[in-house]
Design a protein around this ligand. Structure first.
Ligand code: 6PG
Length: 230
């Protein structure tokens, strides 16, 4: 699954001869993918100087905290491979998650060059996502107002619905949708129950998340639910 994800990301990067923007996911699922991107096999294929790396959600914890999503990505590949100016973390050195969300929205708008997303020009080439046991994706939890947000690009989520129970900052569904490709990774038997609900088309944040381009689910065999129909 990590290799399939790495190949898709490299294909999207190579397909875009201009400035590229990749939105990374948090959690544990992408770690193997990140480490793969730092290997010689992949490192040589990526034009690091024109690729920018963002994060779809963050836990409001210091950068030296192992729960910090962008720090995990930095350790796994970004610090070795990417120019530091091309790495765009959510600013958790803010007074509170609300301020961090507003600052990151301003940074995304400055990068995009407009205050309004347009379908013709996606913000991201690839948005990488995972799925939690309750069907959340990024830090958009089922039944939370953040899932319904359509104006703001980034939003604070004061209280998480699952571990780790720390305040979060998350890109909203319209911002995540502004991509050429949305790539979900889910591995292990532990994901089977929630994926069964996803493929039953239950109204879950992970089911609401979709790209204006392609939306792809990468699963390993252990995660494949009974009701999965290719
Ligand atoms: C986070 C993530 C979250 C994650 C899922 C799956 O900050 O927690 O962004 O959305 O993708 O919870 O987590 P695992 O990959 O660890 O199963």
């Amino acid at each position: 699954m990590a290799k399939a994800a790495a190949d898709r990301i490299v294909a999207r990067i190579v397909a875009n001869g201009q400035r590229v923007a990749i939105c990374l996911s948090g959690g544990s699922s992408p770690k193997q993918l990140f480490e793969l991107l730092a290997t010689d096999a992949y490192r040589a294929k990526i034009p690091w100087d024109r690729v920018h790396w963002f994060i779809g959600d963050e836990r409001f914890v210091p950068v030296d905290n192992p729960l910090n999503n962008m720090s995990m990505a930095r350790k796994a590949f970004l610090d070795q491979c990417a120019p530091s100016a091309n790495v765009h973390p959510i600013p958790i050195d803010s007074a509170d998650p609300g301020e961090a969300a507003r600052r990151y929205e301003a940074e995304l708008k400055a990068f995009y060059g407009l205050d309004k997303l347009t379908p013709e020009r996606p913000l991201f080439d690839v948005v990488l996502l995972g799925i939690g046991p309750d069907g959340h994706t990024a830090s958009l939890f089922p039944g939370y107002p953040a899932v319904e947000e359509t104006k703001r690009w980034v939003i604070e989520v004061p209280k998480a619905n699952v571990e780790p129970f720390v305040p979060r900052i998350s890109l909203t569904l319209p911002t995540l949708a502004s991509c050429r490709e949305m790539l979900f990774e889910a591995s292990g038997a532990g994901k089977r129950a929630i994926l069964t609900r996803v493929f039953d088309d239950e109204d879950l944040p992970a089911n609401r998340a979709h790209s204006e381009g392609e939306t792809i689910w990468l699963l390993d065999k252990a995660a494949l639910p009974e009701n999965f129909r290719a």
